[in-house]
Design a protein around this ligand. Structure first.
Ligand SMILES: Nc1ncnc2c1ncn2[C@@H]1O[C@H](COP(=O)(O)OP(=O)(O)OP(=O)(O)O)[C@@H](O)[C@H]1O
Length: 269
């Protein structure tokens, strides 16, 4: 259920690396229970936005709050405690190659909690069932799994701490359409069963349309005028097709449009 108070609140967020400003004055409030998809072309700052939410990137300006608290104001211990309230599903699953699947899934628990081994094993088996993997994968190493299986192990690892919010970075990239939809279904099941708030960075319009309650589209700053908002669209996925902004329709339909002209100009110049 979506509540009115924001769990994740970004207010006038700006992030700069050296001379490159990646995010400028971005404000997004995500109420508890909402599933937000962040779309936009490569390099517009989607992953930086995710990392800022979890405190891995510091804002240059603006405020980032999770449940009313800013990472910058927390002690190291509190930052660590606050992070356990998030699950992060990394791009390409980012599993530890030298660890078995079981060790990968249990890794966050071993780092943070002192629950006994039997409880941990129980939690792991139940999550494995949840993501549709057989027990036989537990002894395997990530290299022995398919891409879709690795993503599901990544999801199980993200959920082992029972997070309140799950951040997904391109969860379906590199998967075939069927496995992509399995991941979509699992994200929806995760939302319903664990009542998590989700932020999904994705290029996959099927994911944005099917899984998200709300879509935000960011645009690269180097293509914007200084006074333009970096958020080109903020609304339910059902409203995407009605957008009158050509940059939005071009993106959601996957049309190169005037970009081909730019390429030939670059090649010619
Ligand atoms: N730690 C960093 N130091 C310097 N520059 C960075 C850092 N992290 C990201 N950037 C730059 O910020 C810009 C946005 O990167 P980001 O990864 O957020 O893009 P994205 O929208 O997620 O792209 P993609 O869809 O290709 O993953 C890029 O130009 C990138 O090089």
């Amino acid at each position: 259920m979506v509540s009115a108070s924001p769990l994740i609140d970004l207010q006038n967020l700006s992030v700069r690396f050296g001379r490159q400003t990646v995010l400028r004055n971005v404000s997004i409030s995500v109420p508890a229970g909402q599933t937000l998809a962040v779309i936009g072309e490569s390099g517009c700052g989607k992953t930086v936005l995710l990392k800022t939410i979890i405190g891995l990137v510091q804002p240059t300006a603006g405020v980032v709050e999770f449940d009313g608290r800013q990472f910058v104001n927390l002690s190291e211990r509190d930052v660590s405690a606050q992070r356990t309230r998030f699950g992060f599903v990394f791009q390409n699953a980012a599993l530890f190659d030298s660890m078995t699947v079981a060790e990968n899934i249990l890794f966050p628990l071993k780092q943070h909690r002192s629950s006994n081994d039997a409880d941990q094993e129980r939690a792991m088996h139940s999550l494995l069932t949840e993501v549709g993997l057989p027990n036989t994968v537990l002894k395997k190493y990530p290299a022995e799994l398919s891409g879709g299986m690795r993503k599901r192990v990544g999801l199980a690892r993200a959920l082992i701490m029972r997070p309140e919010a799950v951040l997904y970075d391109e969860p379906t990239t590199g998967l075939d359409p069927i496995m992509s939809d399995v991941i979509n279904e699992l994200m929806m099941r995760t939302r319903d069963k664990f009542e998590v708030t989700s932020v999904i960075v994705t290029h996959d319009m099927n994911t944005a349309r099917k899984v998200a309650d709300r879509v935000v589209m960011l645009y690269p700053l180097n293509r914007l005028q200084p006074d333009e908002s970096q958020i080109l669209f903020d609304g339910p996925p059902s409203a995407l097709d009605a957008s009158t902004d050509r940059r939005v329709t071009q993106f959601i339909r996957g049309e190169a449009g005037d970009r081909m002209m730019e390429l030939s100009e670059q090649a010619g110049g």
